[in-house]
Design a protein around this ligand. Structure first.
Ligand SMILES: NC(=O)c1ccc[n+]([C@@H]2O[C@H](COP(=O)([O-])OP(=O)(O)OC[C@H]3O[C@@H](n4cnc5c(N)ncnc54)[C@H](O)[C@@H]3O)[C@@H](O)[C@H]2O)c1
Length: 277
């Protein structure tokens, strides 16, 4: 018997990467999962994988940047499964156009605001009438360690992910009395399918990244999927408004010592190719 038996879930961006692993994890625990993604073919592939493992899932095409599609996504889950208990807001489209307040274009800024703030508000707005019927429901919003710490020239991502943490707290306070818990997860670097090819071509750089993690490796999609599963389960019944950092200890390090460790790595591996700043 799975911990999530009989519950219905939506995972946005559920075709691949963190969302893909999350959809599989929730289904393996007994949830019926609507795997929604802008890439329907990839969502269908993940659904086949879930069904082959004995799970229940359906694929649905929804662009979370479009309000009407977010509304239809929620209605579809309820129509297919008869209820909604779990909502995982994960979808995000990496794009090249981030920048500083001076260099960021207005269209890139608008996109970031839409996908990291508006789309989460829309999905929760349309899901809430169904979630509150359950007495115990859970929303997990995927933020990032970038929501806490900043890198140069990434105004939209850092600000958007900080907003994901802030709105998760706000929603936790607003909807706790309705039996709906809301948490965020802040992953460190996760080697998704999308990143595997890049790292295969840059093995020495991957070793440098791994050296930045006290656990000695970067994350895997399953590391985040397991954390989402925990926050969705009744074991997390007293946890809401929390931003769970899942980063192998990367962000707890004292910056000064971290810097020396990186310098030593570069001394010992002088042929490491660094990305352009
Ligand atoms: N991979 C990491 O290192 C990492 C680290 C921290 C946070 N995150 C966050 O985790 C989440 C997932 O990232 P990932 O690395 O697994 O991404 P990914 O690119 O591997 O997968 C993202 C999925 O979302 C889908 N998608 C993109 N835009 C969409 C849209 N508008 N509507 C619906 N679906 C859409 C894509 O088709 C894809 O299937 C994102 O919110 C990301 O910011 C990732």
């Amino acid at each position: 018997m799975g911990q999530l038996d009989g519950r219905a879930a939506i995972v946005t961006g559920g075709a691949t990467g963190i969302g893909g692993a999350t959809a599989r994890r929730l289904a393996a625990s007994g949830a019926h999962v609507l795997v929604t993604d802008i890439d329907l073919a990839a969502a269908e592939t993940n659904v086949e994988r879930i069904r082959d493992a004995g799970g229940v899932a359906e694929a649905w095409c929804a662009d979370v940047a479009q309000q009407s599609e977010v509304e239809r996504m929620i209605e579809t889950a309820v129509a297919r499964f008869g209820r909604l208990d779990l909502l995982v807001n994960n979808a995000f489209n990496s794009y090249e156009a981030d920048g500083s307040a001076v260099t960021l274009t207005d269209s890139a800024l608008d996109y970031a605001l839409t996908i990291m703030i508006k789309s989460l508000v829309w999905s929760v707005r349309y899901a809430m009438p169904y979630l509150e019927q359950q007495g115990k429901a859970s929303i997990v919003n995927i933020a990032s360690v970038h929501g806490y710490m900043v890198a140069p020239g990434r105004l939209s991502y850092e600000t958007g992910k900080a907003a994901v943490i802030a709105l998760s707290r706000q929603m936790a306070v607003d909807f706790g009395p309705k039996g709906v818990r809301v948490n965020a997860i802040c992953p460190g670097h996760i080697v998704t399918e999308r990143m595997e090819q890049y790292w295969a071509g840059n093995p020495s750089l991957l070793r440098l990244v791994e050296a930045q993690y006290p656990v000695g490796r970067a994350g895997l999609p399953d590391d985040i999927a397991n954390a989402v599963h925990f926050l969705c389960s009744d074991e997390a019944a007293f946890i809401t408004g929390h931003a769970l950092v899942v980063d192998g200890g990367m962000t707890i390090q004292l910056q000064e010592d971290f810097g020396w460790a990186q310098a030593r790595f570069m001394r010992d591996h002088p042929d490491t190719r660094l990305p352009e700043a």
